[in-house]
Design a protein around this ligand. Structure first.
Ligand code: PMP
Length: 367
């Protein structure tokens, strides 16, 4: 028998097989139209229907209140580093940023480029930015008058995640959160945020679309003197059709939202995600030091499990042999090395079990 393939890519990442099968079925003839979703006008009723359905399903999955707008934009999460600053910090002296890993660091570095506000480093992870722990929200140095506070709730590269989602008290600036690598993986309270953004290619769908959820009152901050395509207000005023959206990725994202509903929604998948993460961390911690993860236990990511053996050579062997067993794309990020198992919503428990079994087997042979 052929053993199944499990794809541990950090992103673009595994999609639910059922979603891929539906897309395959509908590829040449979407809903009796005689053509594919890729080939229809974004302004057609058909596509508008797909978009509005996707938005409605996302709203119900995440319990998004009516005073929040939802956008499906192009440009990736990276574009949001600047769009958030350009739109929300205009006229402010300062905006605050928390740096806890590769992605929030990049955001912190990019944000000043297109805003007059000073971007203040409000907190960072560990001595020398070694990203092994997360600064608790109570220790963030934030200013009441700051335009916003930016952070990333899950650091995809470094494997850190806030177990308790940060929340600020009333009267504090709005939280702007990069949720790219964890959105829809656990229940969150949207009202605790001013703006949430997430690139699709982990828990939502294929690369090419970025979800932005923004509290309506913040739209009043969007300045008129920035390019229309970078202005949140433009996209909202034009019902997401200011320019051509990433139609096919939006369609695929809609299929993923429906799939997630059939799985019982976010609460159900959250319990499964807990179990998956527990299984892998138990395999690491139970290895007597053969496998290591140096992240403070309370800050360990449930989406991206990073680990390593005693040497880069042995890591390489692990990755090669795992590959032959159908456990794919386990190589860590280039700047970090080691292994990284990304176990987003679409990774079944069986994939994690197969990896844990392989880890034990590999240790028996090389430990
Ligand atoms: N933020 C986070 C947390 C990410 O994981 C990534 C991509 N891996 C990005 C931002 C950048 O996203 P994109 O490549 O879609 O711009």
């Amino acid at each position: 028998s052929v053993s199944p393939i499990y794809n541990f890519s950090a992103g673009p990442a595994v999609l639910p097989e059922a979603v891929l099968r539906t897309a395959q079925q509908e590829m040449l003839d979407y809903n009796g139209t005689g053509f594919s979703v890729m080939e229809m006008s974004h302004r057609s009723d058909m596509f508008m229907g797909i978009l509005h359905h996707a938005e409605q399903d996302l709203r119900s999955l995440l319990n998004i209140p009516a005073n929040y707008q939802v956008l499906f934009l192009q440009g990736g999460a990276t574009t949001q580093f600047n769009m958030a600053a350009m739109n929300l910090a205009h006229g402010f002296e300062r905006a605050d940023a928390v740096v806890t890993g590769n992605w929030s660091r990049l955001a912190y570095e990019q944000m000043p480029l297109l805003t007059d506000a000073r971007i203040h480093l409000a907190a960072h992870g560990g001595e020398q930015f070694d990203y092994k722990d997360l600064p608790p929200v109570d220790n963030w140095d934030i200013d009441r008058n700051a335009a916003f506070v930016h952070f990333a709730s899950n650091e995809t590269v470094n494997g850190l995640q806030y177990a308790d989602m940060p929340k600020l008290s009333d009267g504090m600036p709005p939280l702007v959160c990069d949720m790219s690598s964890e959105i829809l993986s656990r229940e969150i309270n949207i009202s605790d945020f001013g703006l949430i953004y997430a690139g699709a290619q982990k828990n939502i769908g294929p690369a090419g679309v970025t979800v932005v959820i923004i509290r309506e009152d913040l739209l009043e901050r969007c300045p008129k003197n920035i390019p229309a395509v970078f202005n949140y207000r433009t996209h909202i005023d034009k019902d997401g059709m200011y320019n051509t959206p990433a139609t096919y990725p939006i369609y695929m994202s809609g299929l993923v939202f429906r799939w997630l509903q059939t799985q019982g929604g976010v609460k159900k998948i959250e319990a499964l995600n807990e179990l998956k993460a527990q299984t892998l961390y138990a395999a690491i911690d139970g290895s007597g030091g053969f496998y290591r993860n140096d992240i403070a236990p309370h800050a360990r990511s449930k989406m991206n499990v990073v680990f390593q053996t005693a040497s880069a050579d042995l890591d390489k062997k692990f990755i090669q042999e795992a590959e032959l067993r159908g456990l794919r794309l386990l190589k860590g990020y280039k700047s970090v090395g080691g292994m990284r198992a990304s176990i987003y919503n679409a990774m079944p428990y069986a994939g994690v079990e197969a990896l844990a079994e392989f880890m034990a087997d590999f240790q028996r042979r090389y430990g």
